[in-house]
Design a protein around this ligand. Structure first.
Ligand code: CTP
Length: 474
């Protein structure tokens, strides 16, 4: 975050493209501003190639005028229905819109649009930090128009709506997801009134398409500390609607003085742990869902206390329907998450007992290429506060990992060991031990190692016969 005077802003947007837009707007005598995320990101020092431009008048006319100035190097798309135009130029995407006054009907995200002033346009934006504008007209080039104190909110780390938050969220309920998403990405605090409006309007999320919710969830998931987003979603009531299966994990039951752990907060700890180890979005989702089967599998046993038998299998079975509801991909990504949820107990069981070759080999076989990701998930799953216990698990996992590497290498070597041996070669060509046998074996081995022939009897036999003929043995 940095402070910027208008002169410094002018310097930052001192780019050919902005001057061309400026000339185009001045020629038409229209007020023109760069707004929204691009301005916010100038203060946050996050370079962006997505530029939103608001024109007080016709956005399309300025885009057309700009196109004339850039010529063939720019590509323009005009959307007459929406009164917008997009210009692609030099890796940048510039959206032009006319300043609008919008109002929404109660059961749809589709607005009723009227022409408006810059102020109307800023009023209808989602958050104060996204409602700042910088003027592009020559006389005021670089002038910041920040009617709601967006810069102050950036400094204070606050997410807040420009208008009454009930109106802002009710106009477009997707903004509730955006609110939590920005708070998570920027590690900001959601201002009290805005937060209370999230609570009041949470049910309105039902009119938002699954894909858009999924988009925001994935953005939350991709942050440094995704748990913050899920806690905010939980506290304001959105999670109860979007992912009730997670909310069901926030219980601690006690019987005969024995309590089980709170699996919701344990899960969030696992999620943050794994986020330090990997950027793999789907591995992070697997972490969030790894214990999702626990509420359904919970039993009380007089001897053992609380048990969660087969929670991994029950959890894995829940994954397809959760993915379908969230409009997540139903392809290999779903299968990957389902597999990791299913297998997440296996390395722990192995590490708990003696680490045998056969158990590790079976695990390797079931996990296939995802074995390393599974181990990463299991390591993130250790949230014990008992240092000695934690260390014991980590040490055991280290042994499992070493065994995996060792087995992989041994299996690889075995795979490359030709399936015809020296004795068979001697019998085949009537040879005594000696140089010729060694030479034939070498030819075979190299062919297998170089992947020129598969390690199977028939092709190897053909290769041997060819080589023996070359050597004058047949
Ligand atoms: N906007 C809004 N309500 C929405 C979506 C967008 O008010 N539901 C406004 C905000 O002013 C926002 C601008 O439109 O800054 C551009 O939206 P978008 O490109 O979606 O987001 P950015 O703010 O640029 O941020 P990001 O790219 O991280 O989504």
């Amino acid at each position: 975050m940095r402070d910027l005077t208008d002169a410094e802003l002018a310097e930052l947007i001192d780019k050919d493209i902005f001057h061309k837009i400026s000339d185009a707007a001045d020629k038409l005598g229209l007020e023109c501003y760069v707004v929204g995320g691009y301005v916010r990101d100038l203060f946050l020092e996050r370079p962006s190639n997505d530029i939103d431009v608001v024109v007080v008048g016709s956005g399309i006319s300025v885009a057309n005028e700009l196109k004339q100035r850039i010529g063939k190097r720019a590509h323009i798309s005009v959307f007459h229905n929406f009164g917008t135009a997009q210009v692609k130029f030099g890796g940048m995407e510039i959206e032009f819109v006319g300043a609008r006054k919008e109002s929404y009907s109660h059961d749809s995200r589709k607005p009723i649009v009227e022409d408006g002033t810059l102020e109307d346009d800023q009023n209808r934006r989602d958050f104060t930090i996204n409602a700042m504008a910088v003027c592009l007209n020559k006389g005021r080039f670089g002038e910041l128009v920040d009617p709601f104190g967006g810069v102050d909110d950036l400094w204070d780390g606050i997410i807040r709506t420009p208008l009454d938050p009930d109106i802002t969220f009710s106009d477009d309920p997707l903004r509730m997801m955006r609110c939590v998403r920005f708070a998570t990405q920027l590690n900001f605090f959601i201002e009290d009134e805005t937060f209370e409006a999230l609570e009041r309007n949470a049910d309105r999320i039902n009119i938002v398409s699954g894909e858009r919710i999924a988009d925001e969830l994935n953005k939350i998931m991709a942050t440094r500390t995704p748990s913050k987003g899920f806690i905010d979603l939980y506290r304001c009531g959105l999670l109860r609607i979007i992912l009730p299966e997670l909310v069901a994990m926030d219980v601690v039951e006690t019987r005969n003085g024995r309590a089980h752990k709170n699996n919701f907060y344990h899960t969030l700890e696992v999620l943050d742990n794994i986020s330090k180890a990997t950027d793999n979005l789907w591995l992070r989702w697997a972490a969030l869902f790894h214990d999702i089967g626990k509420p359904k599998s919970k039993r009380w046993d007089a001897l053992a206390g609380w048990t969660f038998h087969s929670h991994n299998i029950i959890g894995a079975k829940m994954i397809p329907s959760i993915f379908k509801r969230l409009k997540f991909p139903m392809d290999a990504k779903m299968k990957y998450v389902r597999k990791l949820v299913d297998l997440h107990m296996r390395p722990i069981i192995i590490a708990d007992e003696e680490v045998t070759d056969s158990a590790v080999r079976r695990l390797m076989n079931d996990a296939g290429d995802d074995i390393d990701d599974l181990m990463t998930l299991c390591e993130a799953d250790i949230t014990s506060k008992n240092a000695a216990r934690k260390q014991r698990f980590l040490d055991n996992f280290k042994t499992v990992r070493e065994k995996l590497d060792d087995l992989k290498e041994r299996d690889y070597k075995r795979l490359l060991q030709p399936c015809i041996d020296g004795d068979e070669i001697m019998a085949l060509f009537n040879l005594k031990p000696g140089r010729e046998v060694g030479e034939l074996k070498k030819a075979m081995k190299e062919a297998v190692l170089d992947n020129r022939v598969p390690n199977e009897r028939e092709p190897l036999m053909a290769l041997l016969k060819e080589k023996a003929a070359e050597m004058g043995l047949v």
